[in-house]
Design a protein around this ligand. Structure first.
Ligand SMILES: Nc1ncnc2c1ncn2[C@@H]1O[C@H](COP(=O)(O)OP(=O)(O)O)[C@@H](O)[C@H]1O
Ligand SMILES: CC(=O)N[C@@H](CCC(=O)OP(=O)(O)O)C(=O)O
Length: 298
């Protein structure tokens, strides 16, 4: 076979391999959590934008929820403010909340929108304030304090949890063939802004939209065990032990929690994948190559 024929053969093979997946996902909603750690360079960002546009073009409805933790961290650093996390959540005082809103609702959100639109899609950026999409309440963390034989409540400022989602604006955009790009900022009953972990927002949105799949793009090959090996499918019964032993920690805590909540809430499956791999979204959805950690209800 000539080199040209060989190339044509490979292209045909790849397209044919995608066919059953396109048929399966056509008309369905896929919620993609695009973590700040997966937005590391231009090539990856362009690859992500192309994948999302291709999904839309073949009839799948992507809804993006993005993070931006490292991007918030770097602006805080430039402003001389330290980043502090408790149980994977950023301690958010008044000044930090302003920075979070600027970075997530402004810089990061508009960059993703712009990338998608430059690659032929029609993306629209929103925060949870637009259309009253994400109603939030203050998140109070709990920590067992054996020395006091009690549970300690920790207040970490303007950090919220999702109280409710009004997805009307998202439905409207999807029906109009737009790609919604959502920043994880919620609004309280009193009109205050809340900084919400992006994984938690993605999980709830996936639930409310009855998504076919929740894809969580991060900076590891997936969930790793104590030896650093990839856990390809998460056994729900194992989760508590993994948390108790400190194997699931930091930013992986809300990720695993939201994936479990989403599948219990009706999302068919959740997948934690490596966003540092070029075209991670396309590989996961349209080929047999999907890797990472799969979480599904039993
Ligand atoms: N068991 C685990 N497996 C993989 N990553 C873990 C685990 N426990 C903690 N982590 C940490 O969680 C991080 C991913 O969470 P996070 O930094 O919040 O990413 P993102 O910005 O993509 O949401 C990993 O880079 C890793 O440092
Ligand atoms: C409360 C809380 O921690 N909010 C996160 C929101 C951004 C986020 O979740 O970004 P990644 O997905 O990139 O980590 C933060 O301030 O970093």
């Amino acid at each position: 076979m000539s080199i040209l024929n060989e190339r044509a053969h490979t292209i045909a093979h790849v397209l044919i391999e995608a066919l059953p997946y396109i048929r399966r996902f056509r008309g369905k909603t896929i919620v993609i959590k695009y973590g700040g750690n997966a937005m590391v360079d231009e090539t990856l960002k362009q690859g992500f934008a192309r994948d999302v546009v291709l999904m839309k073009m073949v009839g799948v409805n992507p809804v993006i929820v993005h993070g931006g933790g490292p991007q918030i961290g770097s602006l805080l650093k430039r402003l001389g403010k330290a980043s502090e996390f408790v149980q994977g959540m950023r301690v958010t005082d008044d000044e930090t909340m302003d920075v979070v809103e600027m970075v997530l609702g402004g810089l990061v959100n508009k960059e993703i929108v712009n990338f998608i639109n430059r690659h032929g899609g029609s993306a629209v950026g929103l925060t949870g304030k637009d259309g009253d999409l994400i109603r939030a309440r203050k998140l109070l963390l709990r920590r067992d304090a054996p020395e006091l034989e009690a549970t300690e409540i920790i207040d970490i400022g303007h950090v919220g949890e999702v109280e409710s989602i009004d997805a009307a604006v998202v439905h409207m955009l999807v029906e109009g063939d737009f790609i919604p790009v959502i920043a994880p900022i919620g609004v309280g009953e009193d009109g205050r802004s809340y900084n919400i972990n992006a994984d938690l927002v993605a999980g709830k949105i996936a639930e409310v939209l009855k998504a076919e799949k929740l894809l969580l793009l991060t900076n590891t090959t997936g969930l790793l065990d104590a030896e650093g090996n990839l856990i390809t499918e998460l056994d729900v019964g194992r989760v508590h032990a993994l948390i108790k032993d400190g194997v699931i920690a930091g930013g992986m805590l809300p990720k695993v929690q939201c994936a479990l909540d989403a599948v219990h809430g009706g999302v068919k499956s959740a997948h934690i994948i490596d966003g540092r791999v070029e075209h991670a979204v396309m590989l996961d959805l349209f080929t047999d190559e999907g890797v990472g950690t799969l979480i599904r209800s039993r």
